[in-house]
Ligand binder design. Structure first.
Ligand code: MG
Ligand code: ZN
Length: 219
């Protein structure tokens, strides 16, 4: 079994990417996000435009990231997976910089693989993003989670996908089973599209649900 997990609003308590651009792009990201949600721009263009208008130094960004919180049970969940030989991978359409730093802050850097878009500090407090997985995806996502799920399935893994939002749609469609965070957009999407799923509150629920899968089946 492999667990592929969203970061913002899932492994992390809040949407760190969204908060980051709200903090350092003068609140000018609302229109960009609206265009993305309306399907008028893809998430790659969305992230590129957000990076273009943000002004922040590496030091400021580190300070900002260091006060962001993971789901309090996420470290325990990673430990649980390690004990049960389950690989955990973060697939995010956000930026690798804050994801890797938050994981490092909790000494989880070596236990969790990260597949995300790449942040570049290009001087003068300017940011840019690179999209190492864009070509492999659906063309709408900067980093299509569906691609990472498909890759794991190709290797013969049963894939549980854990997520909460709009950017998890491709991952959810491709997965064997979805854990969708309560009261978030992914729950509605799974219901409307008949995707096998159950809801979770925090990562202690994710541990319980994964335990059930381990007990009921052989992977
Ligand atoms: Mg999310
Ligand atoms: Zn996609």
């Amino acid at each position: 079994m492999r667990i592929i997990c969203d970061f913002d609003g899932t492994a992390a308590q809040d949407d760190v990417g969204n908060l980051l651009f709200r903090a350092f792009a003068d609140g000018r990201c609302h229109d960009i996000i609206r265009l993305w949600k309306a399907g008028e721009i893809n998430s790659k263009e969305c992230l590129q435009q957000e990076c273009d208008i943000a002004r922040v130094s590496r030091e400021q960004l580190c300070e900002f990231v260091d006060v962001q919180k993971l789901d309090p049970r996420f470290p325990k969940f990673v430990q649980f997976c390690k004990s049960n030989n389950i690989e955990v991978e973060i697939a995010s359409d956000g930026l690798d910089f804050y994801i890797e730093r938050m994981l490092e802050n909790h000494e989880l850097g070596s236990a969790v693989k990260v597949k995300a878009n790449h942040l570049i500090f290009s001087g003068d407090e300017r940011l840019a993003a690179e999209f190492p997985y864009f070509e492999k995806g659906c063309g709408h996502c900067g980093n299509c989670k569906g691609y990472h799920v498909a890759e794991a399935k190709k290797k013969g893994h049963f894939v549980l996908y854990v997520g909460d939002g709009w950017s998890d749609r491709c991952g959810a469609r491709a997965a064997d089973f979805v854990l969708a965070k309560k009261k978030r957009e992914l729950v509605t999407y799974c219901r409307e599209n008949d995707i096998a799923h159950c809801e979770f509150g925090d990562f202690s629920d994710v541990i319980k649900i994964t335990t059930k899968f381990l007990a009921e089946a052989t992977f």
